[in-house]
Design a protein around this ligand. Structure first.
Ligand SMILES: Nc1ncnc2c1ncn2[C@@H]1O[C@H](COP(=O)(O)OP(=O)(O)OP(=O)(O)O)[C@@H](O)[C@H]1O
Ligand SMILES: O=c1[nH]c(=O)c2[nH+]cn([C@@H]3O[C@H](COP(=O)(O)O)[C@@H](O)[C@H]3O)c2[nH]1
Ligand SMILES: NC(=O)CC[C@H](N)C(=O)O
Ligand SMILES: [Mg+2]
Length: 519
C-alpha cells in the first residue's frame, strides 16, 4: 500500500512543518481524531499540495520569527486553493502576515500556561466552549492585527488575537498549542477545525485501515508467493498477520537468527509464533555470515548497511526455494521512513529495512504499515487478534546487538552484551516495569576500558551502559527515571555475573538530542 493510495481513499490532512517541535504530535492528534494525516516540508508548492487533494492543511509552529530574513514561508498560493487552513503558533503568525494582518515582536514572550477568554463566536470558538480556557503558549512574536475578514474569537492578557477565524474562506489561526495535553480542550478545537471547519470524515479507524490494507495487498500481489521478514517484533508480526489475512497460504515467513539477537530470542520467537499464528515459518541460522561481514566494520552507517544487505541476501536465497517469491513483506513504519531521511527530513540513521537496503535488491516490497505510528500498529495488532505478548513487546531493532556494541562486532563481544542485556531485562521484568518503559537494554562500549578494583585485585574492563527510555512513538523519548535500587541491582549483577565488565553507567539523555540506540 502506498501512501498516495491512502491519500486517495481517506480524507487527508497535510501538516506543513516549519521546524516545529510538535509537527509529529499534530499529525498524531489529527489521526486520533480519525483523520489521516501526513507531514510535509514547508517547501512544498501550492501546485504539489493541490495535486494531493488534501481535505485540510495545518501550518505548524516553528522556532523562527516571521520577520527574520531566512524565516521559512509557504507558497502563498495555498490560501487560494479553497482548502481549509489552520495555522498554529508560527503557522498562525504566517497566516496573519501573508494575508495582510500584522505580527510584532513583544517585549516579553508568553511561555507556558495562559488563560484564554472566548471573545467571539466561530468554528474554533464554538458557543459550547467554556468562556475561559487554560491553554499552553510558547512564543515571542504576536499577531497585533488580524487580516481583513478575520474575526478575533479568543484572547489572552498578552495576546489579544490568540484565535482568529475567517469562516468564509475557512482559514484559521491559533496562537496557542492545541496539540499539547496542557491545553484544555485542545483536541476538541482540532476536531472542530477538522469536522466543522474542513468537513473531514472521521474514517481513519483501525477496522477501516485493516480492510483497506488487506484489499491493497491482494491487489499488489495477486496470486504470487510472498515471503515475510519476521523478527518476532510487533511490526513484522502485525504485518504478517495482516498479509496472511489478505492472501493466506501464499505467505511464508522467514526469521533470521543474525547472531545479534537477545538471549533466548530465537526459541521464543519461533515458539510464540507457531503457537499463535498458523503461518509457515522458516528459521534461518546465519550468525556466521553476519559476523564475517561485520569484521573490521566500525562506522555505524556502514554497520547498518552491511546488516541490511545480509538480510536481503538471505531473504533472496529463501525466496529462491519458494516458487521464486518476488514479494517481500516488511514491518516498516512511518518513523522508520522519516528517520531514514525522506527528501523532506534530515537523515539521522539508515534503518536497516529502509535506508540500509541494497540497491540491487530483486524484491518488490509489501509494507502495509508504512504510514502508521507504533501505537496505531499495536491497535491494528489487537484488532487482528494477536496476543498481548506480541503486541506489547518492547521494540528491538533489526541490527540488534550490532548497533549496541560500540566498536567492532565480534561473537565474543555479542556474548558479553547478551549476558548483560539479559540481566537488565530480567530485573525490569521482576520490578514489573516492562510495560511502563518503551525500551530498556544494555550497550557495550567495547573499545573503552577503565580501571576498577574487585576482590582487592586491579581490573581493567569494559563499561556497560544501561539505556531505558519512555516514548509514544520512538520519534522523541525521555530517559526513564528508574528507581535507584533497581539500577543498583542491575549494576551489581552485571559486574558480578559478566566477566570482563567492571563498570556500569546509566544514560540520562533524552531524544533529541540523543537517539534511542547508540548507533
Ligand atoms: N531477525 C529478523 N529476521 C527477519 N526479519 C527481520 C529481523 N529483524 C528485523 N526484520 C525485518 O525488519 C523489519 C523492521 O524491524 P523492526 O525492528 O523495526 O520491526 P519489528 O522487529 O517487526 O518490530 P519491533 O519494532 O517491535 O522490534 C521487521 O519488521 C522485519 O520485517
Ligand atoms: O528495525 C529497526 N532497524 C533499525 O535499523 C533501527 N534503528 C533503530 N531502531 C529502533 O527505532 C527506534 C528509534 O531508534 P533511534 O532513536 O535509535 O533512531 C528504536 O525503537 C530503535 O530500537 C531500528 N529498528
Ligand atoms: N512555537 C512557535 O511556533 C513560536 C513561533 C515564533 N517562533 C514565536 O516565538 O513567536
Ligand atoms: Mg524489531
Amino acid at each position: 500500500m502506498t501512501i498516495t493510495e491512502l491519500e486517495q481513499d481517506f480524507d487527508t490532512v497535510l501538516v506543513v512543518d516549519f521546524g516545529a517541535q510538535y509537527a509529529q504530535l499534530i499529525a498524531r492528534r489529527v489521526r486520533e481524531a480519525h483523520v489521516f494525516s501526513e507531514i510535509v516540508p514547508h517547501t512544498i508548492t501550492a501546485a504539489e499540495i493541490a495535486e494531493r487533494r488534501p481535505s485540510a492543511i495545518i501550518l505548524s509552529g516553528g522556532p523562527k520569527s516571521v520577520h527574520v530574513e531566512d524565516a521559512p514561508s509557504i507558497d502563498a498560493g495555498v490560501y487560494e486553493l479553497g482548502v481549509p487552513v489552520l495555522g498554529i503558533c508560527y503557522g498562525a503568525q504566517l497566516v496573519a502576515r501573508d494575508l495582510g494582518g500584522e505580527v510584532s515582536r513583544t517585549d516579553r514572550g508568553e511561555y507556558g500556561r495562559a488563560e484564554l477568554t472566548r471573545t467571539g463566536h466561530g468554528v474554533l470558538m464554538a458557543d459550547d466552549e467554556p468562556e475561559q480556557l487554560t491553554v499552553w503558549m510558547s512564543h515571542f512574536d504576536t499577531i497585533t492585527k488580524a487580516p481583513e475578514g478575520f474575526a478575533v474569537t479568543g484572547s489572552t492578557g498578552a495576546t489579544p488575537a490568540a484565535v482568529i477565524e475567517d469562516a468564509e474562506r475557512r482559514i484559521f489561526g491559533v496562537q496557542y498549542h492545541p496539540e499539547v495535553v496542557h491545553s484544555q480542550h485542545g483536541q476538541d478545537l482540532l476536531k472542530r477545525f477538522l469536522y466543522d471547519g474542513a468537513g473531514c470524515r472521521p474514517s481513519w479507524t483501525m477496522t477501516s485501515i485493516i480492510e483497506h490494507e488487506v484489499d491493497a495487498v491482494r491487489r499488489q500481489v495477486g496470486d504470487a508467493r510472498v515471503i515475510c521478514a519476521l523478527s518476532g517484533g510487533v511490526d513484522s508480526a502485525v504485518a504478517a498477520a495482516l498479509v496472511h489475512k489478505a492472501i493466506g497460504h501464499q505467505l511464508t515467513c522467514v526469521y533470521v537468527d543474525t547472531g545479534l539477537m537477545r538471549e533466548g530470542e530465537s526459541d521464543q520467537v519461533v515458539e510464540t509464533f507457531q503457537r499463535n499464528l498458523q503461518i509457515e515459518l522458516q528459521h534461518v541460522r546465519a550468525a556466521d555470515r553476519f559476523f564475517e561481514r561485520l569484521a573490521g566494520v566500525l562506522d555505524p552507517e556502514e554497520k547498518r548497511k552491511a546488516i541490511g544487505e545480509q538480510f536481503i541476501r538471505i531473504f533472496e536465497e529463501a525466496a529462491g526455494g519458494i516458487e521464486d517469491a518476488k514479494f517481500l513483506v516488511q514491518g516498516t513504519l512511518y518513523p522508520d521512513v522519516i528517520e531514514s531521511g525522506t527528501p523532506d527530513a534530515a537523515k539521522i540513521k539508515s534503518h536497516h529495512n529502509v535506508g540500509g537496503l541494497p540497491e540491487d535488491m530483486d524484491f518488490e516490497l509489501v509494507e502495509p504499515l508504512r504510514a502508521l505510528f507504533k501505537d496505531e500498529v499495536r491497535r491494528v495488532g489487537t484488532e487482528l487478534g494477536l496476543p498481548e505478548e506480541i503486541v506489547w513487546r518492547q521494540p528491538f531493532p533489526g541490527p540488534g546487538l550490532g548497533v549496541r556494541i560500540i566498536g567492532e562486532v565480534t561473537p565474543e563481544r555479542a556474548d558479553l552484551l547478551r549476558k548483560a542485556d539479559a540481566i537488565v531485562r530480567e530485573e525490569v521484568k521482576r520490578a514489573d516495569l516492562e510495560r511502563d518503559i518503551w525500551q530498556v537494554f544494555a550497550v557495550l562500549l567495547a573499545d573503552v576500558r577503565s580501571v576498577g578494583v574487585m576482590g582487592d585485585e586491579r581490573t581493567y574492563g569494559h563499561p556497560v551502559v544501561i539505556r531505558a527510555v519512555t516514548s509514544d512513538d520512538a520519534m522523541t523519548a525521555d530517559w526513564a527515571r528508574l528507581p535507584y535500587d533497581l539500577l543498583e541491582r542491575m549494576s551489581n549483577r552485571i559486574i558480578n555475573e559478566v566477566p570482563g565488565i567492571n563498570r556500569v553507567a546509566y544514560d540520562v539523555t533524552s531524544k533529541p538530542p540523543g537517539t534511542i540506540e547508540w548507533e
